[in-house]
Write a protein that binds this ligand. Structure first.
Ligand SMILES: [Zn+2]
Length: 81
């Protein structure tokens, strides 16, 4: 799992920031404060159970450090370009 920094938040929501390992751009996603706390725990559950309401592309950012744009770039079939 990627290291994230907390860059903001309000009303029980927390904004996490992760630098994409491919394009090196800072990418943000919003989770609840409970989810952020669980993500910081060493014994956390699998991310898909911690963040069931977060889009898969955003979870990938936390798991593999690849942002949605780069994910599409890397895994889209060449024929569709
Ligand atoms: Zn990227």
């Amino acid at each position: 799992m990627m290291q994230f920094v907390i860059v903001g938040g309000s009303n029980g929501r927390v904004v996490l920031q992760v630098a994409c390992v491919v394009c090196d751009k800072p990418k943000q996603l919003t989770v609840t404060s409970e989810q952020a706390l669980e993500l910081a725990r060493p014994d956390r559950r699998n991310i898909q159970y911690v963040l069931p309401d977060v889009a898969r592309a955003q979870r990938e950012l936390l798991i593999t450090g690849t942002c949605g744009d780069c994910w599409k770039e890397l895994f889209s079939p060449p024929a569709s370009r």
